[in-house]
Design a protein around this ligand. Structure first.
Ligand SMILES: Nc1ncnc2c1ncn2[C@@H]1O[C@H](COP(=O)(O)OP(=O)(O)OP(=O)(O)O)[C@@H](O)[C@H]1O
Length: 296
């Protein structure tokens, strides 16, 4: 099936969801374009897993709409989605080979050659029972199951969390190759900013169940500046939209939204790195904190 590149891979429109009195998503809206890697970043409890479950069809949100590849999430979209949940749920009593055989039986688009290639790459022993695999190997197997389905949209909840540094590099390489060769769209969640630097071309930052920053990495970076100076100098940032102010030793450091040239004056300015930018948004997460910062 060829993917229509004119519609978003994922369109989240005004989605809200609560678990009892606990609000996980609140009027959350953003789109993920077709092709490439989008990082879904947020602190613990920001709503990342809830959002991915809604996109995968496992959770029906209380409000709003989620469309995948132009269609409401449902029977027609499900074969086009690969989803790996945070704990990489698999059947512990099955062997690796039996797990792959099950994948083949359940998925009409299953690519057995690719599954075997990925399994070999991850050095997964085919006779080992899933329950005996190390957590990192289990997540590699879960990823094989999702990729061999040949999805157009791959939803990965913290896919790198349990991996050692070598496995992490291998998984990132596999994902990027899939994106380059097949035009797959990958949406992966993480709260480890360093993990996604150099991997994603788009970012979505979730804070308290809402998207507070959405965009392509380069333009988003070009739309922000970091100012470093004494606290009283930072307090004169008239007119700039201040995302976050923090102190570091004798200096104050401000992240501001500004696409203009680096201003002249006493402050030292630079464009943020992706890590500086995302950490700034994560630290500022929450409207109350933002109000305090703006008033500083
Ligand atoms: N099944 C559930 N029952 C009750 N509350 C839930 C449930 N799932 C999530 N929540 C709550 O909803 C909010 C969002 O949780 P979610 O797991 O989506 O966040 P997250 O960004 O994925 O967090 P983490 O990075 O810690 O995995 C949290 O306050 C969480 O406690």
């Amino acid at each position: 099936m060829s993917t229509d590149r004119t519609v978003p891979a994922l369109d989240v429109a005004g989605v809200s969801h609560s678990f009892g009195r606990r609000r996980a998503l609140y009027d959350c809206s953003f789109t993920v374009p077709v092709g490439g890697v989008t990082a879904l970043i947020g602190r613990n409890g920001a709503g990342k897993s809830t959002l991915l479950r809604a996109a995968s069809g496992l959770l029906r949100p209380d409000g709003g709409e989620v469309r995948v590849l132009g269609e409401p999430v449902g029977d027609r979209s499900l074969p086009r989605i690969g989803y790996v949940a945070q704990q990489a749920p698999l059947y512990p009593m099955l062997t690796v080979a039996q797990t792959l055989a099950l994948g083949r039986r359940l998925n009409p688009r299953w690519d057995a050659g690719y599954a075997q290639h990925l399994t070999d790459d991850a050095a997964l022993p085919s006779t080992a029972r899933v329950g005996t695999l190390a957590p990192g190997h289990r997540s590699r197997l879960a990823l094989v199951m999702a990729l061999a389905k040949r999805p157009e949209l791959l939803l990965l909840d913290e896919p790198l969390a349990s991996l050692d540094p070598v496995a992490r590099t291998e998984v990132i390489g596999t994902l990027m190759a899939d994106v380059a060769e097949r035009g797959t769209t990958v949406l992966l969640s993480s709260h480890v900013v360093a993990d996604i630097d150099g991997v994603c071309d788009h970012v979505v930052v979730l804070a308290e169940g809402r998207a507070c920053l959405v965009g392509e990495v380069e333009p988003v970076l070009a739309g922000h500046l970091v100012a470093v100076g004494a606290g009283f100098e930072i307090s004169t940032l008239d007119g700039a939209e201040v995302i976050e102010v923090r102190t570091a030793g004798r200096d104050a450091i401000a992240l501001v939204r500004s696409a203009g040239p680096v201003p002249a004056g006493d402050l030292a300015w630079h464009r943020p790195t992706l890590e500086e930018l995302l950490l700034g948004y994560l630290r500022a997460a929450g409207p109350e904190l933002k109000r305090e910062v703006s008033a500083a």
